[in-house]
Design a protein around this ligand. Sequence first.
Ligand code: B3K
Ligand code: ZN
Length: 885
Amino acid sequence: MRSEQPQTIHLKDYRAPDYLIDETHLTFELFEDHTLVHAQLVMRRNPAAGDGLPPLVLDGQQLELLDLHLDDVPLAAGDYQLTDSHLSLQPTQARFVIDSTVRIHPESNTALEGLYKSGGMFCTQCEAEGFRKITFYLDRPDVMSVFTTTLSADKQAYPILLSNGNPIASGEEEDGRHWATWQDPFKKPAYLFALVAGDLWCIEDSFRTLSGRDVALRIYVEPENIGKLQHAMDSLKKSMKWDEEVYGREYDLDIFMIVAVNDFNMGAMENKGLNIFNSSCVLAHPDTATDAAHQRVEAVVAHEYFHNWSGNRVTCRDWFQLSLKEGFTVFRDAEFSADMNSRTVKRIEDVAFLRTHQFAEDAGPMAHPVRPDSYMEISNFYTLTIYEKGAEVLRMIHTLLGAEAFRKGSDLYFERHDGQAVTCDDFVQAMEDASGQDLTQFKRWYTQSGTPRLAVEDCYDAHAKTYTLTFRQSCPATPGQERKEPFVIPVAMGLLDSHGRELPLRLAGEAETAGTSRVLAVTEAVQSFTFVEVPVQPLPSLLRGFSAPVKLHYPYGRDQLMFLMQHDSDGFNRWEAGQQLAVQVLQALVEQQQRGEPLHLDGRLIEALRAVLADETLDQAMVAEMLSLPAEAYLAELSEMADVDAIHIAREFAREAIARELFDLLWARYQRCREASRSTPYAADAAQIARRSLQNIALSYLMLARSEEALDVCVEQFEHADNMTERLAALAVLVNSPFDADKANALAKFAEHFKDDALVMDQWFAVQAACSLPGGLERVQALMHHGAFTLKNPNKVRALIGAFANQNHVNFHRIDGAGYRFLADQVIALNALNPQIASRQLTPLTRWRKFDQTRQVLMRAELERILASGELSGDVYEVLSKSLA
Ligand code: B3K
Ligand code: ZN
């Protein structure tokens, strides 16, 4: 907790470390009521940081110092200064050794940062600044050291003792304890340190690298979950192979380990050679994990594995550079997933997520550039902007340079900076040097926050046969940034004739036509591109594949959107046309609702979806995506002022109309999909995943018809499905239906059957928390008292509180403010337990400017109430103060 106002840290104040740590030797004695940590640091003056011997200032928090030596000489109280965050002393030589012993209390660490206990096991989470809760250290990413780690613990309770690198020695002690020593030959910053001790089982496999070395692969879990690891192991091997093929990156140690833990603040952590994962991102079995969960496991395993190069071998100089590793690694994992599954569907999912959530962040009080200039608490900056927008920035570089030059650039980056802690500028420099392209202006994507708006006009000159596209870019003011300079915006595009054929493209000044799809680089505030020899008035297909993270505005009519839905050669843009059509139609309904008029749905939306459903040649996953109306949160994001009730009513009205008008087609496709499910054993492959997504969205529509026949098939699917994807979808549909008896029955059966499976119970909480029927808050409040719920487990908090506040708009934004009050109460409680989770849960309240006056007042009042509630963590304080500013 904070004793004074947290300080703001600025990028411009960065200074190289005064001292370096060449070797770190750690010994952990793990006991039930405390842990002793001995650290021996072999240090020297940093020659790059100047002359003389300044005081050595080590980071350390919540450490009880028991013993301190400088070069084997014990230091007395007067020889050093100790505050609640630092230990300072005066070295007398350029090279020296510090020995310290501290006592810490992992058994009572509820913040899940540093060393803590999850169930019966010890584990660590050090990124970003958790290592300072383990021992006194230079806890900054530009201090890189080799580590040797010895752990000792009771052998029966903790038979497995793990740390980074390779095991080099182990032994028994006479009192029932044992020990193991691990050595990591690669220099690393402290944030990549890890240890695990527990009663764990593992599955083993191996991977032969490109150069013919065999790497042992192990995934550890608590014994009851041993049967749920194969998918993660398969994903790991695919990732290792992909990184060799696509980036030429080979794994470096002899062993790679993953450990699954139940209590974890985020998805997973890329500690060198010893990744620690939230069990939700490792465990997958058809009976208990949905297709989406399988895909998430595949993606997160890949992401953490890819960090071995993009993050570990080459790391960040300081935390302002976080997107250097995160944006790059998200881009890498997205491309991996695209190669393993359907590329278009992966892109659709990512773009829908980005536009709904990252765009909202970029328009809110916490908006910040991909490379922030300042922060108070770095944990608050593991954001969608750093990760998802950061990945879009990498994707744009890839688009502008082309795959080949991009690969040359990444090769150069890894080669040039191996073993170093570097900056986003270093990355871009490597891309420039390898490609010969100047990215100076492009770098504004790293420094300017906010989502650019790109308005497009066109003009066809039938006489001259020229077609001109004019782009106007602008970017709204964001905190600390009033004015923006123009971005480099790559616009992938094509032109369609009236039959939907693509026209060959030739820009004025070009010698000949080249291709039918190309990338225009918009670099000015207003810029025109003129195509010549255009025989007919074309319809433009713009921003194909969502080639830049911008809000594109072109005045498409609804008929034109229907045309693009059918004819665009770019799969992403076919979906996008459908989304834009749906947005237009839904916005019209919202306005009718606000004016108190009867709702009238534009039948073109139904006709467009009818054509999609009737087209048997379309990929089933695409059909499912096209049938999914834009989410309420996205519609809210698009509105100047979000009318949550009108949005909900409009969207439900449209869904019911679709269900009614297309019932027969939906019914037929549902039956065929379900029949295929019944007759084929489950596999988490792309074809089956596509089929189940179509089946499940069809079911959700069918149930809106409220007919007995739909209820029967839903209950059949719930009862007899052989996999969680179908079972959970049926449960969710029942939960949102008016069939109260069937709903209660299904919920009870499900909970009884899965009561011992924490991850499945998370799903059970989440489907109820997200249910938009009246009484949502009361249902969530009741579930808070359920035996399986606890505020101490982040997955439970996200499943119940997070799902309610983020996915259940009508109930959370209740006009009496009770939803806001509830969330504020939970944030206050969480602040004392786990500041990182508390601060995350605060997000929906920070968006108060989006809502009407009444709600704004209520939301602000809750933010003020949290602020006045007592001693706040720096995490929560930063978000509150910025939201109220
Ligand atoms: N690097 C970690 C995130 C650590 C978050 C610390 N608060 C996981 C990842 O992005 O791979
Ligand atoms: Zn990452």
